[in-house]
Design a protein around this ligand. Structure first.
Ligand code: SF4
Ligand code: SF4
Length: 415
């Protein structure tokens, strides 16, 4: 640490994971995780977005403009449907809440919520409010989370395997010590659903409003829950994309399964979610992982995300522990998505992509009674011997088809 990262001075490979936790944890079988003896904790500097800043094989003026486009009006806009100034304006407006969180600590060399945990606004109340029981407190926390906009909540235990070995400073382009405080045994995991209609218009900048607004809601939500717990006298650290891997935690907390597209597939919103976590020492009861047929459906029946991915970054094959490049965690047997191919496509679009989220049959509109009922029926079919029929029907009924951005604008302007 303390030296600028380059291709010739890459992030450190070794982490202190052996001292901090076992390779295989007690919940792994229920989660469907296959963690092997080759497991290594992940270094944040190897994340494809951080590599876009220090790694000459990824970094370019185009990549830097991709990052700048989030803040600079008009950057990336062109004369193409879904990529006009208005489309980028809508996307960037969606990010505003998340940007407030990021901007708060930039002068300290931090990127709260994305590279660094979100600094709490206060110390815990010195007078601890007593907790009746971990189970009762879990119920209370879940009610509070829903009040502030969580679409689902699960609770699990701290698992060192999913935490980074080191963090990254975009200011100095150096590794910096991993810094989340110790002694926080419980993790509250929250998911927020992204706008269904906007996601239907991927690939486009228009669809980006779903991601930006998802992060904005997530940032507000995790900070509200952390603030509630701090006021009760407990320690609570809010995190979004920083400090740890979100998907394994969400699976351990019973919020969904892992899909071929490399995303968390939740029961009610499929892959169309953002994930936040709050690390805390308030006594809480833990949830159990759930299985509702995703692994089997992806494995034996569906390849839709792999076929539709524009740069073919998603595997058609079986789960493997072989990883394409340094931006994937080592020693976990799973479907691998090539982050380099994926990110290159994003940069060429000047915005992110979510085609694999749009086409996934588990991505359905569950906001209305009729569509929710149909989805639940379909989900049962997909978990039964009628898997092939379920997939055929899904395609036949037109689910997952792209909605043109101008159609999205028309719908959204008439509501
Ligand atoms: S986000 Fe787009 S490019 Fe990346 S894996 Fe999904 S479909 Fe492919
Ligand atoms: S599109 Fe199909 S294969 Fe891909 S994650 Fe969704 S269900 Fe699995």
């Amino acid at each position: 640490m303390g030296e600028r990262l380059t291709v010739d001075n890459p992030p450190s490979a070794e982490g202190p994971w052996r001292e901090r936790g076992p390779v295989t944890g007690p919940k792994d079988a229920a989660c469907g995780f296959e963690v092997t003896e080759n497991f290594e904790r992940f270094n944040q500097s190897n994340d494809i977005y951080t590599r876009g800043q220090w790694d000459a094989r990824i970094r370019s003026e185009k990549v830097l403009n991709w990052f700048r486009g989030m803040f600079r009006t008009g950057l990336g806009a062109r004369n193409a449907e879904g990529y006009s100034v208005r489309d980028f304006a809508l996307r960037n407006a969606g990010w505003m809440g998340a940007n407030l969180t990021i901007q708060r600590s930039l002068h300290l060399g931090r990127t709260d919520g994305f590279l660094d945990y979100i600094r709490p606004y206060s110390e815990p109340n010195p007078e601890k409010d007593p907790v009746e029981s971990p189970a009762a407190m879990s119920e209370e926390v879940k009610r509070v989370a829903r009040l502030f906009g969580a679409d689902d909540v699960g609770i699990t235990q701290y698992d060192p395997r999913w935490h980074y070995t080191a963090s990254f400073s975009p200011k100095t382009l150096e590794e910096k010590p991993y810094a989340i405080p110790d002694g926080l045994p419980n993790v509250i995991v929250v998911v927020t659903a992204m706008h269904y209609e906007a996601v239907q218009s991927y690939p486009s900048a228009t669809a980006g409003v779903a991601v930006g607004h998802g992060y904005s809601r997530d940032c507000e939500l995790v900070q509200a829950i952390a603030t509630y717990l701090l006021n009760l006298g407990y320690r609570a650290v809010a995190t979004v994309n920083d400090t740890s891997l979100a998907i394994p935690y969400a699976i351990q907390a019973g919020l969904g399964e892992y899909g071929r597209n490399g995303l968390l597939i939740t029961k009610d919103f499929g892959p169309r979610v953002r994930i936040g976590r709050i690390h805390t020492d308030v006594p809480l009861a833990h949830d159990q992982p759930i299985r509702f047929g995703v692994r089997e459906f992806c494995d034996t029946t569906c390849r839709r995300c792999a076929s539709e991915c524009p740069p073919k970054a998603i595997s058609f094959g079986k789960p493997t522990e072989e990883v394409p490049g340094r931006s994937l965690i080592k020693g976990v047997r799973k479907w691998q998505v090539d982050p380099e191919k994926c990110f290159k496509f994003w940069v060429n679009q000047s915005t992110e992509c979510g085609v694999c989220m749009r086409v996934c049959p588990y991505n359905k509109d569950t906001s209305r009674w009729a569509s929710r009922t149909w989805y639940r029926l379909w989900r049962r079919m997909a978990a039964s011997p009628l898997k092939r029929f379920a997939l055929w029907l899904d395609v036949k009924l037109g689910y997952g088809k792209r909605v043109k951005p101008r159609e999205y604008w028309r719908k959204f302007s008439s509501t």
